[in-house]
Design a protein around this ligand. Structure first.
Ligand code: SAH
Length: 219
């Protein structure tokens, strides 16, 4: 996504929002949420000057915080309503969860690295996102005790829709996730649960870190 109309280095918050609009993000609630969440708080200190550039950035445990455009795009495609309960798989820095917290009633976010989950929880608490719960576990299994969820977002790429997540999606629920091979092209797919089964719509091409089974072993 090198055609992004962001400059290099320090990019102001005004340009950040303008660029999201220019790339087609139009839902006012999503734009407000993107405006309200300080991305610089979710990236490592060395990456702060790039915090408002439209690029993924490294975080701990070899993972990445997604590109702002993709965060906004996936949030928009979820078609969130304020009363919704959302499940996120792949907490990472907690940035996407913070954006979701402003668009939905409740967010449950699962991360397989305890270090990332602990750091994300601290940031979210410091920012007052008190409707987000961060759990350590294998997100491929979802969290059956809390199901069903009105919306599910997966922020790591799988080859197929994890069956447990499809089971935990409410009727008429929407799941947005990147699907595709690790080495090849992945697409954001919107899955809608209908009476006739799951309907899938393929959206934009993306690159995500892989969705891996199990919890991570950490030293
Ligand atoms: N949403 C994040 C970006 C996360 S990158 C943000 O806004 O910063 C993807 C994350 O998914 C990584 O942190 C990775 O550890 C996590 N992940 C991968 N497979 C997982 C699984 N099975 N369960 C939970 N988390 C997983």
């Amino acid at each position: 996504m090198s055609d992004a109309p962001f400059g290099h280095g320090k990019v102001g918050r005004m340009e950040f929002l303008l660029a999201l609009r220019q790339r087609g993000i139009s839902d006012p609630a999503v734009l407000r949420a993107m405006d309200a969440v300080p991305r610089e708080r979710f990236v490592g200190f060395p990456s702060r000057p790039q915090a408002y550039a439209d690029q993924a950035l490294p975080i701990a445990c070899g993972q990445t915080i997604s590109q702002p455009y993709v965060v906004a795009y996936m949030s928009e495609q979820l078609r969130l309503k304020p009363q919704h309960r959302v499940l996120e798989i792949g907490t990472g820095s907690g940035y996407q969860a913070a954006v979701l917290s402003r668009l939905a009633r409740e967010v449950v976010s699962i991360e397989r690295f305890r270090t990332l989950a602990d750091d994300a929880r601290k940031r979210l608490t410091a920012l007052g996102c008190d409707n987000v719960e961060v759990l350590v576990g294998d997100g491929m299994q979802g969290w059956p005790e809390r199901a069903p969820f009105d919306r599910i977002i997966v922020t790591a790429a799988a080859e197929q829709i994890p069956p447990a997540l499809a089971d935990q999606l409410a009727d008429d629920g929407i799941m947005v996730l990147p699907l595709g091979p690790q080495a090849g092209t992945q697409h954001i797919v919107r899955v809608t649960k209908t009476d006739q089964g799951l309907q899938e719509e393929r959206l934009i091409a993306v690159r995500f870190v892989p969705l891996l089974p199990g919890t991570a072993r950490e030293l």
